[in-house]
Ligand binder design. Structure first.
Ligand code: 6LW
Length: 507
């Protein structure tokens, strides 16, 4: 239910795919890439013929050489990429907050991406490239977060320099070209050109309920910029719409009569206060132009809770690899990452996990392979073939937001002689752990574990026995914080290698 009329937005991917960036393919159609933070493989790549219907073709980061992840914690890693095509190459510039800003290139995103070219001397996040007609290339981004040697921080704002994209060398001093309209978190900038003028679009207000997108234009990339009097271009702040926190836009066909714009937002349930835990998902709209500004009649967009965009395939991601000698999991006997290594493709898959000593309470997380939760209503289930394969620790199914907020059905390690295995469904909420249900199931035979989600939360099950319910609000964006959404999957920590058969995600 919405409280007032506004434009419907079309969701173009489901489950957390934040900070969408798109570009036109020279042969027609589009590619999109999203942030992926600590998860690996990283930066999902989707393609579309019409800008409204998208499917996944792989992940831009699918080899450890692209992602030094040994010490990756929650909400670290990959932030806010920008995808552009120029002179026969696709350029993907992105922040790895643990290391710096980097550029990956690809002649054909179906065939994978290069190792990183690191951009030295460019602090801050949300980098963006702009290729001007005269051959000049610009790098644009937010302020550097770390204080300099004098303890000074750069003022909040959007910064610009010229760059040599072949080497990652920043060619000119950083200049602050925009401070935003509110001063609150100007970020995610993109520079475009239209009718000989330069346009800067950026997000502002924080990525939570105050999120918005603004636009300004100038005759020179370094400014001065004239603010659009109708800013923000889009926002759902101070509304009770199902879709919240919209912003972080990118456009294709910026210089055409109709421009394709993507942005992200969070779907909320209709509780009061509203809650959502699926993370920031991407949406697409087309807009027209009037007097050199976007003619967007209504700043607000909405979508139905479980509609507006079919539930799209979701892909395997995992927390902290270092799983076997090669640092890989195996799905159906195939080491992943690989482009089509998705649980959706492998529904009913066999997943083998070697436990590590890390558990969820550590930021690095345990060995876990999972899939993005793509709708409130869904089921994730998997059959633990033999619990006694784990010599110590525990294994099970987890619904994971971050190291402080997650749910699990945990099967305790049991010795060879045990008749039964102990199973607990638990909620972990900011240091508090609550056991919501337990069962002792026969040892030595497969155990079917399942989690069923809906708009209110999750119900747990082991071998058909109901293990209780956990409210989803524990994992919600507002409560659990962070930049990601929910990963549902199987995990193991302790000592041993466990096998799950029939791992399956359904909406
Ligand atoms: C990203 C920033 C943002 O760097 O969230 O919503 C941050 N926008 O631009 C993480 O995704």
């Amino acid at each position: 239910m919405t409280l007032f009329n506004c434009m419907p937005a079309r969701r173009i991917a489901s489950g957390f795919h934040p900070d969408p960036t798109i570009c036109e393919r020279p042969e027609g159609g589009y590619y999109m890439v999203n942030s992926s933070f600590e998860y690996f493989p990283g930066m999902p790549v989707l393609e579309s013929e019409d800008g409204m219907h998208w499917h996944k073709i792989g992940d831009a980061m699918n080899r450890p050489s692209q992602f030094p992840y040994e010490t990756m914690g929650n909400n670290q890693g990959i932030y806010a990429p920008t995808l552009r095509w120029h002179g026969g190459l696709y350029y993907l510039i992105v922040t790895n907050v643990n290391k710096g800003n980097m550029i990956l290139t690809s002649a054909d995103p179906h065939d994978g991406w290069s190792d990183p070219i690191w951009v030295e001397g460019w602090p801050g996040i949300d980098p963006s490239l702009f290729f001007d007609d005269d051959g000049t290339v610009y790098i644009c981004g937010n302020e550097g977060g770390e204080p300099d040697e004098n303890g000074e921080r750069e003022p909040a704002g959007i910064y610009l320099s010229k760059i040599d994209v072949a080497t990652g060398t920043v060619l000119t001093k950083r200049r602050r070209i925009c401070g935003g309209i509110t001063g609150s978190n100007p970020e995610g900038p993109h520079l475009y050109k239209r009718d000989g003028r330069y346009y800067l679009m950026w997000a502002e207000g924080g990525t939570e309920s105050g999120h918005m997108e603004n636009i300004a234009r100038a005759d020179d990339p370094f400014g001065p910029y004239e603010m659009y009097p109708g800013n923000p271009v889009i926002t759902n702040r101070s509304t009770h719409l199902t879709l919240q926190a919209i912003g972080h836009c990118d456009c294709a066909h910026f210089d055409a009569d109709r421009t394709l714009m993507v942005f992200h937002g969070t779907r909320n349930n209709d509780a009061y206060p509203a809650q959502g835990w699926l993370g920031r998902e991407p949406y697409a709209v087309w807009f027209d132009w009037k007097d050199g500004w976007p003619a967007i009649a209504d700043q607000s967009y909405d979508c139905a809770l479980n509609g507006c965009g079919e539930s799209l395939e979701s892909d395997v991601a995992w927390i902290t690899p270092s799983i076997d000698a090669d640092g890989r999991f195996a799905v159906d006997g195939q080491p992943i990452p690989h482009a089509d290594g998705t649980l959706a493709d492998h529904n009913g898959a066999t997943v083998t996990i070697r436990a590590t000593t890390q558990d969820f309470a550590l930021e690095h997380g345990p060995s876990m392979v999972g899939t993005r939760q793509t709708d409130f209503r869904c089921t994730f289930g998997a059959t633990l073939v033999d619990a006694r394969a784990l010599r110590s620790g525990e294994t099970g199914v987890a619904v994971y937001a971050n190291a402080e907020h997650w749910l699990e059905i945990a099967v305790a390690a049991a010795d060879e002689a045990a008749d039964t295995v102990h199973v607990e469904a638990r909620v972990h909420d900011a240091g508090l752990t609550a056991v919501v249900g337990t069962a002792d199931v026969p040892a030595g035979k497969p155990i079917r574990l399942a989690v069923r989600g809906d708009e209110s939360g999750y119900r747990f099950e082991a071998d058909g026995v109901d293990l209780g319910f956990a409210p989803g609000k524990v994992l919600s964006f507002v409560h659990a914080g962070g930049f990601t959404g929910i990963l549902m999957g199987v995990y193991a920590h302790g000592d041993g290698t466990v096998v799950y058969a029939g791992a399956r995600y359904d909406v």
